[in-house]
Design a binder for this molecule. Structure first.
Ligand SMILES: Cc1ncc(COP(=O)(O)O)c(C=O)c1O
Length: 375
C-alpha cells in the first residue's frame, strides 16, 4: 500500500533540482569558503551567489542574510538579542522555537481570537501602555497548525506609531510556499525561514535582519556570516536552499490554486461526518494547504494511528522529539478546550498531490472517524 503524505507542514521532500544543485556543488566546490586559496574562493563565490539570490527574493541586501542551521536557531538568536531591560511581546500561537526561549525572558503574550488571528485591539493596548519599553515583537506570518495568515503589515504600522524602537520579527517558515515573501516582509526588522519546508535541505536556515548592531550571535568562533553565526559554511546547502526557494516562490499562484481545489475536495468528502468535525480556521485568510480540524470524542493519537494504518500520514498539535503529542497550544489559545485540542487533526499538502489523492484522503478520514466516533 502506498501512503498518502499529508504532513507537508512538518516537512516536504527535497526537490530534485535542489538535490542536483547540492550534489553538483558538494562534489565540485568542496573547499572551505573561508580559505584564501583558489578553491576556497570558488566555494565562497557559490555561497555568496546563493546569498545574493536569496536576498533578491526576500527584498533585502545580501549583507542582511545570514545562513544558519534552521528556524529554531534563528528564533533563539533573535530572542537572545532582545535588550534585557525591554519586554518581548509574543503571540501565544508561535512555534515552540519562539515561545520557549521567549518565556525565559521578560515576555508578554498578546491575545488570539477564535479565528486564530492575533487580537489587534489587545496588541494596541500593549503598545500604548509599554511604548518604548518594548524590545521585540514576534508574530508568525502563517500558523503551522491552522494555516491562518497574520496581519504583519498592520502590526508593523502600529509599532511604528507606538513603539518605533521595537523590532518586529516574523517567523516566515510556513509562508514560503504560499505567499510572496518580498511583499510580506517589506516592513519587518527580522524574519526567518527553514529550507526543508520548501523543498530544500534539512538543517539549513535563512535569517533576515535589517539594520546593524541589534542582533547578537548565539554561536561564536570563526566569525563567519558577518560575525553573526560562526561555523564552516556549506555552499552546497546554500545553493540547494536558494534553488528550492526560487522554485517555491515562482509556483505560489499554481500551488494556491491546486491546493484550494484539494481542500474543497477533502471538505466535501467530510460532509458525510460533518456533525463529528469542527473546522478550526476556515476563513479566507488561511493558506489552502493546511486544513485543521477537531474530531470531538476522538483522540489525536488514535486518529493518527488509524489514519496511518489506512495509508494516510497526517499530524496533530506539535509532535515533540519523542513523537509524543501535547494538546495543541495553538488551539487552546484560540479558545478551544484542552479536550478539544487533544482531538485535533491537521492535513497539510502542497497542491501537487492532486484532487484524486485529496478525495482518497478524505475517504480515509471519513472511514476512520466513523470507526472511532460512531462505533
Ligand atoms: C512555523 C514554524 N516555525 C518554526 C519551525 C521550526 O523549524 P525547524 O525545526 O526546522 O528549526 C517550524 C517547524 O515545524 C514551523 O512550522
Amino acid at each position: 500500500m502506498k501512503s498518502i503524505y499529508f504532513d507537508c507542514a512538518s516537512t516536504v521532500a527535497m526537490r530534485p533540482e535542489a538535490i542536483s544543485a547540492y550534489c553538483d556543488t558538494a562534489g565540485q566546490f568542496f573547499a572551505n569558503p573561508s580559505s584564501s586559496h583558489l578553491l576556497g574562493s570558488r566555494a565562497k563565490a557559490v555561497l555568496e551567489g546563493a546569498r545574493e539570490s536569496v536576498a533578491t527574493i526576500l527584498g533585502a541586501d545580501p549583507s542582511q542574510i545570514i545562513f544558519n542551521s534552521g528556524a529554531t536557531e534563528s528564533a533563539n538568536t533573535f530572542v537572545a538579542s532582545a535588550p534585557i531591560d525591554t519586554a518581548v511581546i509574543v503571540s501565544p500561537i508561535e512555534h515552540h522555537c519562539v515561545l520557549d526561549p521567549a518565556m525565559r525572558s521578560n515576555s508578554l503574550l498578546m491575545n488570539v481570537n477564535r479565528d486564530g488571528k492575533v487580537d489587534l485591539a489587545h496588541l494596541k493596548e500593549i503598545f500604548k501602555e509599554r511604548r518604548n519599553g518594548i524590545g521585540m515583537v514576534f508574530l508568525m506570518a502563517v500558523n503551522n497548525e491552522t494555516g491562518v495568515i497574520q496581519p504583519i503589515d498592520y502590526v508593523a504600522t502600529l509599532m511604528k506609531k507606538y513603539s518605533p524602537s521595537a523590532k518586529l520579527i516574523v517567523d516566515a517558515v510556513q509562508a514560503a510556499n504560499w505567499l510572496e515573501l518580498k511583499g510580506l516582509l517589506h516592513l519587518v526588522d527580522g524574519a526567518f525561514l527553514a529550507a526543508h519546508k520548501f523543498g530544500g535541505p534539512k538543517g539549513f536556515g535563512i535569517l533576515l535582519k535589517r539594520g546593524d548592531g541589534w542582533v547578537a550571535p548565539l554561536i561564536v568562533g570563526g566569525g563567519q556570516e558577518f560575525d553573526l553565526r560562526s561555523g564552516t559554511q556549506d555552499p552546497a546547502a546554500a545553493l540547494a536552499a536558494k534553488r528550492a526557494l526560487e522554485m517555491a516562490q515562482s509556483e505560489i499562484k499554481e500551488h494556491n490554486e491546486k491546493a484550494t481545489v484539494m481542500r474543497k475536495a477533502i471538505v466535501s468528502q467530510l460532509d458525510e461526518v460533518k456533525d463529528d468535525v469542527i473546522f478550526c480556521a476556515d476563513g479566507p485568510e488561511t493558506v489552502p494547504g493546511i486544513l485543521s480540524m477537531i474530531v470531538p470524542g476522538a483522540n489525536s493519537e488514535e486518529l493518527l494511528f488509524l489514519l496511518d494504518e489506512a495509508g494516510l500520514c497526517a499530524s496533530a498539535g506539535s509532535a515533540c522529539a519523542s513523537g509524543a503529542l501535547e494538546p495543541s497550544h495553538v488551539l487552546v489559545s484560540m479558545g478551544y478546550t484542552k479536550a478539544q485540542a487533544r482531538s485535533s487533526l491537521r492535513l497539510s499538502f502542497t497542491g501537487d498531490e492532486g484532487e484524486e489523492t485529496a478525495i482518497a484522503a478524505g475517504r480515509i478520514v471519513v472511514d476512520v472517524i466513523k470507526r472511532l466516533v460512531r462505533a
